[in-house]
Design a protein around this ligand. Structure first.
Ligand code: NAP
Length: 287
């Protein structure tokens, strides 16, 4: 079997053209210009490239984006004051703090200082830890982007055996919750799962979502034919090429569908961020 490649890049572009641009046009007609602020502390090169993609998708959708850059000497108190200013600025609909932050800054405190109505990453406790996460006002972007990807490629979720590898607060745990809500039979694997638990779950998976942060961890021989694979991981190999948490060549010869790295989950995360920004603007200007 040779898997169909699920192009998150193409799906994201289609969402921008068919869904986001018309929503922004409607807002513009009401005199509203959706605006996203990205707070960038320090000069992490990977962050620079993620921010460029956010700016690109924002511009294509008609969302105004502003990157506020600060040196890595910025203190937590200064960052909290900046967030407070943004929370109180009615012209700004969404704000994100680009991670990672320099050492010495409490990420949790900073994220939770963002007003939940402007938290377009969906990282604050009230948006991310809501038990009804599917109903969260602004859902976390990568999990929501994965669900959109499955829906757009007409992958059935209900009653399917889904294995989620990884249980992080921003990806594994919330995507598992969203899938359970959609009626999937979800098994979560993590670093403490035994080899027997892993091999038995992987062999039975109809859908496999891998978010562990370990380069090319999952190989095709561990899976059953026809599985749908969503690879969240992103790594730079020694030869400079990007790869995921899944060994693409062996997995694509057994899967029915698979996301590539790059061009799979990454663009879906960003398009969801822009959609959340528009949603925040729509909600604020609801009549
Ligand atoms: P994380 O916070 O480091 O969490 C990793 C999770 O994987 C943990 O729950 C850990 O278990 C589990 N794990 C570690 N080794 C494992 C193993 N051998 N088998 C099964 N589970 C294992 O990572 P994250 O933030 O979720 O990110 C995961 C990857 O996705 C990274 O490569 C990251 O760069 C990428 N990412 C991509 C996007 C995107 O938009 N494409 C967005 C976010 C993240 P424990 O809980 O037991 O420690």
């Amino acid at each position: 079997m040779t898997a169909e490649i699920i192009s998150g890049k193409d799906i994201a572009q289609q969402i921008i053209n068919d869904e986001l641009q018309p929503r922004v046009e409607l807002l513009n007609k009401k005199g509203v210009q959706p605006k996203l602020v990205v707070i960038f502390v320090g000069d992490n090169p990977a962050s620079q490239s993620y921010i460029r993609q956010k700016e690109k998708f924002a511009t294509q959708s008609g969302v105004f984006s502003e990157v506020r850059r600060f040196p890595d000497t910025m203190t937590e108190a200064e960052l909290l004051a900046e967030i407070d200013d943004i929370n109180n600025d009615d012209s700004i609909h969404g704000v994100i703090v680009q991670l990672p932050l320099p050492d010495g800054i409490d990420v949790n405190r900073v994220i939770n200082a963002i007003s939940p109505t402007k938290d377009v990453d969906g990282f604050t406790d009230s948006n991310n830890e809501n038990l009804d996460i599917h109903e969260a006002f602004l859902a976390p972007c990568t999990p929501k982007g994965i669900i959109t990807l499955l829906d757009k490629t007409r992958v059935t979720i209900k009653d399917q055996k889904v294995v989620v590898m990884g249980r992080s607060r921003i990806v594994g745990r919330p995507v598992a919750e969203m899938l359970k809500f959609r009626g999937a039979n979800v098994t979560i694997l993590h670093s403490k799962s035994t080899n027997t638990e892993k091999s038995s779950a992987l062999k039975k998976a109809d859908i496999l979502i891998v978010a562990v942060g370990k380069q090319e961890l999952v190989h095709g021989e561990e899976l059953s034919p026809g599985v749908v694979i969503i690879d969240v991981g992103i790594h730079r190999k020694e030869d400079g090429k990007l790869c995921g948490d899944v060994h693409f060549d062996s997995c694509s010869s057994i899967a029915s569908k698979i996301t590539p790295v790059p061009g799979g989950v990454g663009p879906m995360t960003v398009v969801t961020l822009i959609s959340n920004t528009i949603k925040a603007a729509e909600e604020k200007n609801k009549v």
